[in-house]
Write a protein that binds this ligand. Structure first.
Ligand SMILES: NCc1[nH]cc(CCC(=O)O)c1CC(=O)O
Length: 324
């Protein structure tokens, strides 16, 4: 290659975000033939403190939703302070600002949640009335659905902070994304990884979104080299579901799409905040013999239709789910 690649990577400042930036850097280096020693120079990581990072109290919904963790980073792309941004897909709002695109989804990491408790047991092993720490309305609703006696306590902060809070006794158990623990190298932590039939994960969990400016051909081409199509298709279905239900932080929803053997399987759930009511559906669509763009449209349609079906099934209940 005559032009040596140079792309500045923007991420949040948390250790998880930086680890994710490093993962994308390593993938770019491998795909573009930059040797490991030169990768740091070719793909410098710039970190940003977001509004969401500065406000550590209150639930996410109270302080204004998930967009708070991405605004400053997207701004860095738009002002050309950086060339690509790495986000956790599940933290991205449904719509992307004008001028920015999803340039790549590298292969998905483990989408599952893990349950952590000092005793190492399962959610079912917790004593009556035990405290589960989470700021996620989804995890709270799913935990309450299984164990209505539990009391949910607020638990914010990055992964390390939450591990520390659990150790300090702030709660008797908590949930963390398995992908986050693995990316941070914290596989030493005692935990129970939960299968999707026990706890359906957040839509987009375990997926990284690499974002670029729409008009930056060089960045787009580089990102194209690290894109994983099955992850892209699964994510498209999941994001279409979120967009159709107007995924506010207050709407407990979960879902996972998987592409296997020429098929896309999508399972999704919506719940009331107290977990007393929940609706869950799944569907499988064939992708065989279709080209990339047709597959993408089919995946998006599947996600949107599933949202429609669940919304219809919920009826007036959905108004309560969405507005509380
Ligand atoms: N909301 C924070 C967040 N955003 C993404 C991850 C994990 C990594 C991922 O899902 O890609 C986490 C931590 C967690 O939920 O435990």
């Amino acid at each position: 290659m005559s032009d040596r690649p140079y792309l500045r990577i923007a991420t949040r400042r948390s250790p998880l975000a930086v680890a994710q930036g490093e993962m994308v850097r390593a993938r770019l280096a491998a795909a573009l033939g930059v040797d490991a020693a030169a990768a740091e120079e070719a793909f410098p990581i710039l970190t940003f403190v977001t509004t969401g990072d500065r406000q550590q109290t209150g639930s996410l919904a109270e302080i204004g939703g998930k967009g708070l963790f991405v605004k400053e980073i997207e701004m860095a792309l738009l002002t050309k302070e950086a060339d690509i941004a790495v986000h956790s897909m599940k933290d991205l709002p449904a719509e992307m600002p004008t001028g920015l695109i999803q340039a790549a989804t590298p292969p998905r990491d483990d989408p599952r949640d893990a349950f952590l408790s000092p005793g190492g047991g399962t959610l079912d092993d917790l004593p009556q009335g035990a405290r589960v720490g989470t700021s996620s309305v989804r995890r709270a609703a799913q935990a309450l659905r299984r164990r209505p006696d539990l009391s949910i306590v607020e638990m914010r902060g990055n992964v390390q902070t939450r591990l520390g809070k659990l150790e300090a006794g702030a709660a008797d158990g908590t949930f963390l994304a398995e992908a986050g623990l693995v990316r941070l190298g914290r596989t030493d932590v005692v935990r129970r990884v939960l299968e999707p039939d026990v706890m359906l994960p957040a839509l987009g969990q375990g997926v990284l979104c690499v974002q670029s400016r729409e008009d930056d051909e060089a960045a787009r081409a580089a990102c194209g080299a690290i894109n994983d199509v099955p992850t892209e298709l699964a994510t498209a279905a999941e994001r279409a579901f979120v967009a159709a239900l107007d995924g506010s932080c207050r709407t407990p929803m979960a879902g996972l799409a998987q592409v296997r053997g020429g098929k896309l399987h999508f399972e999704a759930q919506i719940l009331t905040l107290d977990g007393k009511r929940a609706m869950r559906r799944e569907r499988t669509i064939a992708l065989h013999g279709r080209d990339h763009d047709d597959c993408l449209l089919d995946a998006i349609a599947a996600g949107a239709e599933m949202a429609q079906e669940l919304a219809e099934e919920a009826g007036p209940l959905l108004v309560e789910m969405l507005s509380r």
